[in-house]
Structures are given as C-alpha cells and as structure tokens.
Design a binder for this molecule. Structure first.
Ligand code: SF4
Ligand code: SF4
Ligand code: SF4
Length: 303
C-alpha cells in the first residue's frame, strides 16, 4: 500500500493527539534548530516573475534543459511544483488587485524547499540521508538514501521529488540551498545572486527577520503584517513578505508546532515509557486506519 502525503500527515495528527495523553512525554522533545542559520527573504512586492532565479538554479545545480525556455513566460499560465528537473519555480497569481489603468496586477511567488528549522523530512528519514546543517541547509546524501520516500510523505510543503525514471540510482531531488556555495565565505545561492530586482535577500535568518519587520513597519500600506516562515512549522530558513494575503497566493496555513515535535514525541514515548501493547496497537491501528481510508478515498475505492 502506498502512503499518501496527506494520509501520512493526517495520521500523524491522530497519533500526536494519542501520544499527548502519555505522562510527561510532551516535554521530552527538544528542537534541533541551529541557533544562527542563514536564510533567504523573498519580498513578493518586488518580484517581477522574470524566471532568472529558475535559470540560475538550473545552471548552478547542473539540471536538464527545461521543456519551456527560461525566457518564455507563457509557462506562468499554469501552476507548477518543483520537481527533479527544477528545484525552484515561479508561479503567478491574480488576486483582484488592479493598477491605475484598471489592469489586473499579478503577484509572483518563488517556490522551493523552505529549509525548515526542524524539518519533517529529516525527522522522517530513517537513514540520516537528510540532515539539517548549522548553516541552515537541509542537506541530502544520496549514499545513505534507501529510496523509502518517507521524506516526500512527511514534507508539509510537498517539496521532495524522486527520480522514478532512473532505476539504477534514483535520487531524492530538492533545492540544496546551494550548500557548497553558502559554505564559502561570502557565498550566496544562485537564485539570490542573480535576482535583478533584489527580491531575494540572503543573510543570517535573524537579520532577515529584522529586515522584514523594518520593511513592514516602515511601509504598512505596502505590506501585510505577516512574515511567512517566521513561525510556520516552527520556522523556516526561507522567509516571505507580501502585499497580499499569503492564502491567496498558494501558501498553506500551517501550525506553528514543528512537525517532528509530534513524530519524535511518539518515538520517545514508545521507547521511554514502555507502552502497554494495547495502547501501542491502539495508536498504530489509528494511524493505519486513517492512512488506509484516505488512500482508498483518493483512489476512488470504498472506505
Ligand atoms: S529572479 Fe527575482 S524577480 Fe526574477 S522571478 Fe526570480 S525572484 Fe522574481
Ligand atoms: S520544505 Fe520539506 S523538504 Fe524542505 S526542509 Fe522542509 S520538510 Fe524538508
Ligand atoms: S527516500 Fe532517502 S532521503 Fe527520503 S526518507 Fe528515505 S532514505 Fe531518507
């Protein structure tokens, strides 16, 4: 049975609620977020949708030529997700804003791995192929990967992609945060280096949060009062500010609780509190039941 991402997250919700009934285990979880990581701040009010960041990403990561050339903006007519051949994509949204000539004003949104502070993908990866680095990057080591794809099911942003077309050594693929580049003094991710309008600012996450707050406070007519990624899923290395509601431009409303807080609390409970077989089978049964029902529903079978 294949476990869908939504089924997996739904089951985690039930299992998390069950684990919360165990004495003391909620306190056991400790965030492993690095204290002073790098990040990127994307200012949606500046992005002009030129796709130069997509091109730079493709060149830096030696990705295949895109089906639609980077200077062809018709690709923005359809929503896209990052995949194994494109670690970042730009999407265009119309939210009803009009300019002085009554023309609809688009909002462009760059999508890539958010490099979460406490990443669900890292927590789900049983082999240590995914790790959160001190500099903020969520790093992938193909040599440790067994292709289980739990990371894909766990990611709340639906980011990791898989090379299904490579039977010999398929890899999980996602934005690398240009790990090698940012590990060097003064190095920046390819996308942040190329952006012609400085819609992407690279720097320490703490400084980016300060910059974002300054921009919002100094021009409240231009920005909504929300830094996306400051608190979502416990915080992410990629941060966004916007002039329109994030819900209207493809961002999910997510809890502030880091996803691993639920999963690792369950693991901790299993190993630390020696659950009775009844309690253990109860929660595992709930997890499997929800997963199986959602899977059946999504595949058009009767539940
Ligand atoms: S390069 Fe900058 S302006 Fe162009 S699409 Fe990317 S983020 Fe937007
Ligand atoms: S966005 Fe997804 S793939 Fe990226 S770090 Fe977060 S959980 Fe992992
Ligand atoms: S597919 Fe690879 S990276 Fe993803 S969870 Fe499994 S071992 Fe980890």
């Amino acid at each position: 049975m294949t476990v869908s991402r939504r089924g997996f997250l739904g089951a985690l919700g039930i299992a998390g609620a069950a684990s919360a009934t165990l004495p003391g285990n909620a306190q056991a979880w400790q965030s492993k977020a690095p204290p002073d990581p790098f990040g990127c701040l994307v200012d949606l009010t500046r992005c002009v949708g030129c796709r130069k960041c997509e091109q730079a990403c493709s060149e830096v990561n030696d990705l295949p030529e895109p089906a639609v050339k980077f200077d062809d903006l018709t690709v923005l007519d359809a929503k896209r997700r990052p995949d194994q051949n494109a670690f970042t994509v730009i999407n265009r949204y119309y939210t009803g804003r009009i300019d002085e000539r009554d023309k609809l004003v688009p909002t462009f949104v760059k999508v890539q791995c958010m490099h979460c502070q406490d990443p669900a993908c890292v927590s789900a990866c049983i082999t240590g192929a995914l790790t959160k680095k001190e500099n903020g990057a969520v790093h992938y080591d193909v040599n440790k990967c067994i292709g289980c794809r739990y990371c894909m099911a766990a990611c709340p942003f639906e980011i990791p992609a898989y090379e299904y077309d490579k039977p010999i050594l398929p890899r999980v693929r996602k934005c690398t945060f240009c790990f090698e580049r940012i590990s060097k003094e003064g190095g920046k991710p390819g996308c942040a280096s190329i952006c012609p309008v400085e819609a992407i600012t690279f720097g320490k996450r703490s400084e980016l949060l300060r910059l974002a707050r300054n921009r919002i406070e100094s021009d409240p007519a231009r920005y909504i009062d929300h830094i996306y990624g400051e608190h979502e899923v416990g915080g992410t290395s990629w941060l966004y500010i916007s002039n329109v509601d994030f819900k209207k431009v493809g961002f999910q409303e997510l809890p502030t609780r880091p996803m691993p807080q639920t999963t690792e609390t369950i693991q901790s409970a299993l190993f630390s509190y020696l659950w009775s077989p009844l309690a253990l089978f109860g929660v595992l049964g709930a997890v499997m039941g929800v997963t199986s029902r959602k899977h059946d529903k999504e595949n058009g079978h009767d539940a």
